[in-house]
Design a protein around this ligand. Structure first.
Ligand code: C5P
Length: 304
């Protein structure tokens, strides 16, 4: 019996520029991703038959009304099946076991992370021999954020988020995440974005100030240049997130932002100690379900 384990990070969008809805229903994006030190683990064990199964061990509280699917609709299962189809080996099987730490339905790409990990893990388990570059098109088919999670670090995402260009960046950043008790559907937030922008929007761009801040490794400048075009849509669906953002800013965060489509909020701290102070301020107000300290950037999906 062979077994491999892959560790995969969550992502944040330091800027999320959202353009028009395309003919395929996705929105064009200009985003800056950063992979952060909050990891799921996916273990893949081979099988004698062609079944692909999944079990999920959640180390976090799942949002109300949310369950990670444990059938063929689990995105890690879909990833494994897509890979074996690509390899022309429908006979291959695997048992996947996911240790879940990344918030579910939280705007941190937890599902996409598991898909990236399943691709890397099953490619190794089955001797697929595909390079990371060769896994990319499969990753893109599974979800807009999946290619970035193969790479990690800092990168610009174009297209619908799946086209990745690494960027020159310095520094390690201290983050505090505040999770919400109830998840948000990414599709619902994009639909709300369309409803709030009935006359369309301009093509998005990555802000120069953000790229300069990353190049300089300047946390204060980075804090000032964080942006998210989905903010109004997420706040329209979850007005109470405005309170959480306010608490973090009043407690001295260098910047505060909704993570992706939300509802997780993120706060940039100047140091580990500052992060702890922010975390305590956020936890004491009771606006968040959980408060997590983290760092970024970190590397993408890796065998351990
Ligand atoms: O790519 P992914 O499956 O993660 O996207 C989930 C949903 O979010 C899509 O079905 C779509 O409704 C919305 N989305 C979008 N534009 C993007 C990415 C996601 O409209 N660039």
């Amino acid at each position: 019996m062979s077994r491999v384990t892959v560790r995969v990070p969550a992502k944040v969008n330091l800027s999320l520029g959202v353009g028009r809805a395309r003919a395929d229903g996705y929105h064009s994006l200009a985003t800056v991703y950063q992979a952060v030190d909050l990891h799921d683990e996916v273990r893949a064990t081979d099988r004698d038959d062609d079944e692909v199964t999944v079990t999920v061990h959640a180390e976090i509280d799942l949002p109300e009304g949310t369950a990670v699917p444990v059938g063929d609709d689990n995105i890690a299962v879909r990833a494994a099946k897509l890979l074996r189809e690509h390899l022309g080996r429908p006979d291959l099987g695997a048992d996947l076991s996911i240790r879940k730490v990344i918030p579910v339905a939280g705007g941190m790409a937890g599902g996409s992370a598991d898909a990236a990990a399943a691709l890397v893990g099953c490619n190794e388990l089955w001797g697929g021999g595909l390079s990371r570059l060769e896994l990319e098109p499969l990753a893109a088919e599974l979800g807009s954020d999946v290619p970035f999670l193969l790479h990690g670090g800092n990168a610009i995402g174009g297209g619908r988020g799946e086209t990745i260009s690494p960027i020159l960046a310095r520094g390690s950043y201290h983050w505090v995440f505040a999770t919400a008790g109830e998840g948000l559907s990414t599709a619902a937030v994009y639909a709300e974005f369309d409803r709030l922008n009935p006359h369309g929007v301009l093509e998005p761009e990555v802000p120069d100030a953000l790229l300069n801040a990353l190049r300089a490794g300047d946390a204060h400048a980075l804090g000032r240049s964080l942006s998210n075009d989905l903010t109004d849509a997420a706040l329209s669906l979850r007005p109470e997130l405005a309170d959480t953002l306010k608490v973090g800013l009043e407690a001295g965060a260098l910047g505060a932002l909704i993570s992706g489509s939300g509802p997780t909020t993120l706060f940039l701290a100047a140091s580990e100690q500052h992060g702890l102070d922010l975390a305590m301020a956020l936890a004491s107000t009771g606006t968040a379900a959980d408060v997590i300290q983290s760092r970024g950037p970190v590397t993408g999906a890796r065998l351990i």
